[in-house]
Design a protein around this ligand. Sequence first.
Ligand SMILES: [Ca+2]
Ligand SMILES: [Ca+2]
Length: 391
Amino acid sequence: MSRSLTLCAAVALALLTACSGANGNASNSPREGNQPADTSVKMDSANPFAATAIAAFDEPWAMSFLPDGRLLVSEKRGALKLYDFGSGAAGDVSGVPDVLYGGQGGFGDVVPHPQFADNGMVYISYAEAGDGDTAGGAVARARLVLDESGGGTLEDVEVIWRQVPKVSGRGHYAHRILFGDDGMLWIASGDRQKFDPAQDMTSNMGKILRLNDDGSVPADNPFAGQGEVASQVWSLGHRNPLGIAFDPQGQLWNNEMGPKNGDELNRVERGENYGYPIVSNGEHYDGRPIPNHDTRPEFAAPVITWTPVISPSSMEFYTGDLFPDWRGDAFIGGLSSQALVRVSFDGNRAWESARYSMGNRIRAVRQGPDGALYLLEDGEDGRLLKLTPQG
Ligand SMILES: [Ca+2]
Ligand SMILES: [Ca+2]
């Protein structure tokens, strides 16, 4: 009984979705191209929004809107897709460098340059192989040349940044990319599960980095005088900072995965040390304790600590019109928590103001040009969800 009801609801939702497409294109087969196999969203019925599954991807990792309203989606195995909301088709973008797929690594972020409409440049991050069994994150820029068939090609691919040094293991790349309003390029670089690099200025791992858009180092960076990779560093002592975003007032924030417990939201300040692995409100997975933040006030403490953890992925500040109550709040994708986590702010204070259960691991969060909030689920057949106000 409930199964057939669920099926009816899913069919009704699929019909609604097909009919509401800009071109009214209904697919002839039950699953064509990037149509999700299951459009039902098993979220908490108390959530104050409707969620519609509109497409599915193979292990999607990140997404960014282009000025024409289409959506770039990275798939972890190394594919780049260009999703058209009008046709429901996802074109292929060729020219992605070879990525090292495995563990937490593969194709990572994809972000257009702030002047994309003029220069066609996009920035991508990915895991690349080093000597022996080593690996590291890399950021490249390329010109996205769009074609007539709904896809395109990355041309003139140029690697402008790498994690130093390459190390064994396949975790904690982070390699999140962000542009500021001033055109600066920010990269959140994970500690590669090696702990000490987060405090070692001969490594750019476990750091948040500030670069010019060609990968060169701004002369006014806090450690510019130290040369080498230290000159890239804006802040240090981070673990796996998968989310980084500016609030509407221009303040930078990051979320990062803690060790066992102790996920963090940090207010990111120039030259600050956020303490990992010397302090954390969590503990090592092997049971060794890590002194809490309050034992070492010289390290910047998190504004929010989550215990139990939410496993924060990407973060986006909401500034749209569809959800007026949400303006100025941050939205964080929760992996293990299978939730969309809402964070509210009052100056330098922040707190979790809501946790919306989504029934799946949430990998990415973006505000669309229409003011809707878009989510990518994690994993195979990870779906693109569109959140709109109820009723
Ligand atoms: Ca910390
Ligand atoms: Ca601790």
